[in-house]
Every structure is written in structure tokens, then in C-alpha cells.
Design a protein around this ligand. Sequence first.
Ligand code: ADP
Length: 398
Amino acid sequence: MATLVINSGSSSVKFALFDTLSEACLASGIAECLGTENATGELIVPGEKNRPINLRKGATATDAMHAIVAALRLSPALKNVDVTALGHRVVHGGERFSGPELVTDEVISGIRDLCSLAPLHNAPNASGIEAAQAVFPKAPNIVVFDTAFYQTIAPKVYRYAVPENLYTDHAVRRYGFHGTSHQFVSTEAVKRLSLDLNNHRLLSAHLGNGCSATAIVNGKAVDTSMGITPLEGMVMGTRSGNVDPNLHGYIVDQTGMTLKEVTEMLNKVSGLLGLSGTSNDMRTLTAHHLNGDSRATLAIEVFCFRLARELAGLMVSLEGTPDALLFTGGIGENSRIVREITVKQLAAFGFALDLESNLSNGRDRGGVISPDGTSPAVLVVPTNEELAIARATKAILS
Ligand code: ADP
């Protein structure tokens, strides 16, 4: 029995296959450049040679799903594996979805109704579910929403100070994203630090291409750095994070760009890429920084400063001293420089690093990187959103 986890985007389908009982990852891969001449894909099975996923030109999400199954069947280890359930990542659940749900026609139309809030994500997410239903007509589908973890945050935290009708008529409020990851790593941290399930306070920093931070009290999210869209908050790979809300109008006036072009610019060519002028990739920027590239250095400094400031702000929502600060995501798990610069700027709040642990406790297992016995603890916790979705799928079905 296996659970297939699907993350269906506008031009790709990422997937991971888990043994439902042991939670072992049996396979993973991606079908990408869908809808183009160059549609291509790869299947990774531990212990086997990577296999191509054969896709025709212009392949759709449904084609991709068929091709993934065909590739799985070619693996000697997997040919008898039975996909008994599917779990889907859905980006926006609005106020309607506050947890994982079994897919019904109403759930799919609910996801489509929220397309105006996440046009680039929810439509392909819904198409991916329909593709899975076509290819696995007997298996139940479960949806897990990136926003659901934040349905516990209070109105004073999620409302913007704008006229009320924007909230009541147009759903304008802060939602929060990366909830699956923050929930997964915070649950893991509670276990690793033997914290009291009903009495703990955590700050969690998910630093990947998208970056967000979350304040968590007793397993529940109480605040997030993100907003109505995943642009709010800290500096990200290509996203600006917070800017003056008047910036859009100013740029339009100064440059003649359209509002749409400004939005595109703030999402696609800003952040680390905009500041450095060379890359959105922290590995590349770190190498450039070590070679004396001052723009790469500035990009890293702004990234860490804005992250530290965001974390300091989130502490207000904890209403008490944090037990721990968690780093996760590609940058959070791997970049000792980012962790070091960020934590240094939080020294006034009692955060400190053990430099040796910061060097050695990376992506593989993570671990505590603050000096022994200090509080708050600082730790690296590798995220695994696919496993979190597989677990949620199993929980709903049982
Ligand atoms: P996504 O949000 O797409 O899932 P990831 O969580 O994989 O992204 O994070 C991607 C980021 O992690 C990139 O900026 C990448 O440079 C960074 N990263 C990965 N490995 C390292 C490393 N060893 N050192 C510094 N940054 C790293």
C-alpha cells in the first residue's frame, strides 16, 4: 500500500511515493515543462538508476500522471506497489479550509473559487486533482492546504487596516503560507526538545526560494510573516518581501510601467536576485560573497537583517519567551552564514549560537546549534512537506 503525494503546478507535476505503513519514501520525481515542446520528466527510485518519464510534446497534467504511473511500473522495486491514496498540496484554502479534506466535487469547486487569491497556484492544483482522479479512479484523494495552519490566528493579526468592505467583499486579509512545513518542523522540534505539548512557544523560519516565518504557541500558529499573497514579509529569492505600499504607484509614475509589470517585478526579479544583480541562489551568492563581491554581501546582509527583524516582530505574538527558534528549508538547513548573521542580530533577545554545532548540524539530520543548556534553543530541523502530506492523507482516511 502506497500514498502518492502530488504537487501540481502551472507547468510541472512533482510527486513522491510513500509506503503507507513504514513512511519510507519509495520514489520521487518531477514531470516538467508541461504544455510545451520540451515536456520532460525524471523518476528517482532509491537504489536504482534514475529513469526518464516519457512525455509527448505539449503533455498535460493528465498525460504526466499516466506517464508517472508507467515509469513507476518499470521499476523492479515498484511494479507491485498499489497506490491506495493520493495526497495533494493546494496553496490557497482561504477562510474555507482549515485542515486537510477528502476531495469531493464541492471541495474542487471550493479550490477553484479561491483562484482569484492564488491564480498561479490553485487552478493547476485543482487540475492536478482531476488528473489524479482520472488516472486512479478508485483511490481517494486528500487535499492539504498551505494556508490551513494559519486559520487559528486572531483577527488583530490577520486584518489589514483598510476599509472593512475589502475584507467582507473581497477576502482581503493576511493568510500565511508554508503552513505544512512550519507545522511539520515545529512538531518535530517539540519532540526533539521534549517540550510540553500544551506549553511551548516557537519561532520557525522556512527559508527556501520562498521564505516565511511563523510564531507558534502550543502547536497552533499565532502569526506569520506572509500576507494575502506570498509576497509579504522577508526578502526571498526573487521576491522583494515588504515594501512601502506606495511603491507601486511611485514606480508606475516614474517609469511608465503598468501595475501588472510592477507586481511581476516585485515577485520575479527582486529579492536576492534584485539586490545582487546576479543570482537568486544562496549557494551562488555565498560563493560570490566569499570572493569579495560587495553586492552579494549586501544581498545576504539585507536578507538576514530583514529575517531577524521579522522574527523579533513575531515574538510579540508569542506573548512570552520563545523556547526555540527553528531554521528549515534549503537555506535554513544549509547556510551556516545566514544562521550565524541572523542569530547575532537577535542577541538582545537571548539567542546565541554554538559556532561548531552551527557548522556540523546541517540538512541531513539537523540538530541544536545553540550552546548547551541555553534558552531559547536554536535548531535546524529538515522539513519534509511531502511526508507531512502523506501523514495527513493517512490520518484523514483512518
Ligand atoms: P524551494 O522553496 O524551491 O523548495 P529549497 O527549500 O530547496 O527551495 O531552497 C532553495 C534555496 O536553498 C536556494 O537559495 C539554494 O541556494 C539554497 N541552498 C541549498 N543548498 C545550500 C547550501 N549548501 N548552502 C546555502 N544555500 C543552499
